[in-house]
Design a protein around this ligand. Structure first.
Ligand code: TYD
Length: 211
């Protein structure tokens, strides 16, 4: 059986990835695809425990390298336990964030070396890499405002990443746009400022061209 397609969603916090991933998943299922959804960090029991450490505001003192290794620890388990088996059975895998997040948050954001990040990817994930990545692009101010209002609405605690300032998210966004310019075929930039259904249609057009 042919290996399934591996699609990832990327973008700065509050860009609407999670909503758009759910809408795409529904549409692919309606079209008859076997779809598996997963998330980084998380996706497995161990991954969710690691996510708890990473996003807990009490862990202010986590060093950038500790953070880097924890993101890849979660990912290694997700690849082994969930992503690879699903791709092998021919499913379409949708993942909310993947290694591009590490390249831009820990690389462009925290200043870690990209070659090191790619080497860790090879150790953690082998040859697994997305076939298509949807980058939901929005400016840092809009996304921060959205992320904060979502936290208020859901009453959720601020996560550690929410402590970062606008300059951090601006660097992350620039990092994403640089990656997309380098790999225009794999990474498709979709303007995320519009209404949800317009963005969803634009995402669908990018994906439909491939499936
Ligand atoms: P997430 O719930 O995905 O945030 P959002 O839904 O707002 O996008 O939380 C993950 C946080 O972890 C987010 O701030 C981005 C960060 N992150 C990294 O810094 N590096 C990584 O490799 C990944 C996967 C996420």
């Amino acid at each position: 059986m042919a290996r399934g397609l591996f699609l990832t969603f990327e973008g700065i916090d509050g860009c609407g990835k999670t909503t758009q991933l759910a809408l795409l998943s529904e549409r692919l299922r309606e079209a008859g695809h076997d779809v598996l959804e997963t998330v980084e960090p998380g996706g497995t029991d161990a991954g969710r425990a690691i996510r708890g450490i990473l996003l807990d505001p009490r862990h202010h003192a986590l060093s950038a390298r500790t953070e880097l290794l924890l993101y890849f620890a979660s990912r290694a388990q997700n690849v082994t336990e969930v992503i690879s088996p699903a791709l092998q059975r021919g499913a379409t895998v949708l993942c909310d964030r993947f290694t591009d997040s590490t390249i831009v948050y820990q690389g462009a954001g925290r200043g870690l070396d990209e070659a090191t990040i790619l080497e860790l990817h090879r150790i953690a994930c082998g040859s697994i890499f997305p076939d298509l990545t949807i980058l939901l692009d929005v400016d840092a101010e809009t996304s921060l405002a959205r992320a904060r209002s979502r936290n208020r609405e859901t009453g959720s605690e601020e996560t550690r990443m929410d402590d970062e300032d606008g300059a951090f998210f601006a660097r992350v966004r620039e990092g994403y746009l640089r990656l997309a310019a380098r790999e225009p075929k794999r990474i498709r930039v979709v303007d995320a400022r519009g209404p949800v259904d317009v963005v969803a249609q634009n995402v669908w057009e990018e994906v439909n061209a491939l499936v």
